[in-house]
Design a protein around this ligand. Structure first.
Ligand SMILES: Cc1cc2nc3c(=O)[nH]c(=O)nc-3n(C[C@H](O)[C@H](O)[C@H](O)COP(=O)(O)OP(=O)(O)OC[C@H]3O[C@@H](n4cnc5c(N)ncnc54)[C@H](O)[C@@H]3O)c2cc1C
Length: 323
């Protein structure tokens, strides 16, 4: 193991490195510098698709995993296991996204090493130990966990919990084959293009979420309109997703996505702990609910006790008037 080498799993969307991955690269760079080691970025896809500018001058080296990149989580696990067993890093960091949450726990079991998800803070301690922080109980508490000396450690970082920075390194780029040793359980049949102007929920600076209080799937066009005006993303409660009103990819909460936007707006959401767990690190929370005793108000910086059917159209009209 090279002294203090840090690996970062990098994700792309529409050919560009995602902001959440740039945050992880930034944190990885700081750790590698503190440990006196190097930073390696690993990404799926051919070398020709590696855009060094997107890596912000942070890594020392890039490995492009070329091959059956669409073989699903098992293929990623197999490939990373092979790489890690050959030359274990001090830690492997990844953004906490639905995709990494699919393969990282499997990799941790395969390697028999610890994994921590939803990391919001990291600190290197004496003797090569690492202290990480993660929120629990809907963000009411932060737990601190310490790992013992020796790695590798697998850490999934909460999106938007770490600042992005830039460096001036020109990494060398190498490729490594990503090939299934046996049949994989996933076959990609079709790829759908994202709509123009699509904002990823995990990366959004503004999230406008709707709950059952929206009344039905039709009412969500108001949230789509509001999101478009604000340049934000639409989120939803689990009740809404379970009712088939919105896709599962929009679910915020314990069994959905974790978001940390600058502004989180909750319309007709009761504020059950399972929902709060996914948005408690938002900087400013605005809640609209017709029940003055709704739990969501306990987590809101600004609360409006009213019907969403009054507030939403008025808000949209006012924003349009001002723009
Ligand atoms: C293991 C587990 C995991 C879970 N994971 C998640 C998760 O990831 N995400 C999640 O969201 N939930 C999750 N849940 C479900 C969670 O406990 C709640 O049931 C769910 O969040 C409630 O959704 P809601 O607030 O939309 O609906 P409700 O609880 O039905 O609340 C609707 C709210 O809308 C208000 N309202 C109604 N009409 C109007 C109106 N016209 N104008 C304004 N306000 C109105 C009501 O006063 C009420 O407060 C999970 C539950 C379990 C057990």
């Amino acid at each position: 193991m090279e002294k203090g080498s840090i690996w970062v799993w990098v994700e792309k969307a529409d050919g560009k490195v995602k902001q959440t991955s740039q945050e992880v690269l930034s944190q990885g760079r700081s750790m590698a510098d503190e440990l006196g080691g190097s930073l390696l970025a690993i990404m799926a896809g051919p070398v020709s698709e590696v855009n060094l500018e997107d890596l912000c001058g942070l890594p020392d080296q890039v490995i492009a995993l070329e091959g059956d990149g669409e073989g699903g989580p098992s293929l990623i696990v197999e490939t990373l296991e092979e790489l890690i067993r050959k030359d274990p890093p001090w830690a492997l960091l990844a953004p906490g996204t639905p995709s990494t949450m699919d393969w990282m726990p499997r990799l941790s079991v395969r390697l028999g090493v610890e994994m921590v998800s939803d990391v919001v803070g990291m600190e290197l301690l004496e003797g090569g130990r690492l202290r990480v922080k993660r929120p629990v109980h809907g963000g009411r508490f932060l737990v601190e966990m310490e790992s013992q000396e020796g790695g590798p450690r697998l850490l999934a970082l909460r999106p938007r919990a770490f600042a992005r920075k830039t460096g001036s390194r020109s990494p060398r780029v190498e490729c490594f084959p990503m090939k299934a040793r046996g049949p994989t359980e996933v076959q990609v049949l079709e790829k759908a293009q994202r709509e123009k102007g699509f904002v990823d929920l995990s990366e959004a600076r503004i999230v406008v979420s709707g709950g059952r209080g929206m009344g039905g799937p039709e009412a969500f066009f108001l949230l789509e309109e509001l999101a478009a005006i604000l340049g934000g993303a639409v989120g939803a409660s689990r009740s809404v997703v379970d009712s088939g009103w919105r896709p599962a990819s929009e679910q915020v909460g314990k069994s959905g996505r974790s978001v940390s936007p600058d502004l989180y707006m909750a319309f007709g959401i009761s504020g059950a702990i399972h929902h709060i767990m996914g948005m408690d690190s938002s900087k400013v929370v605005v809640a609209v609910n017709k029940d003055p005793n709704a739990l969501i108000f306990q987590h809101a910086d600004l609360g409006i006790v009213d019907d969403v059917n009054h507030v939403l159209p008025a808000l949209i009209e006012e924003l349009k008037r001002r723009s």
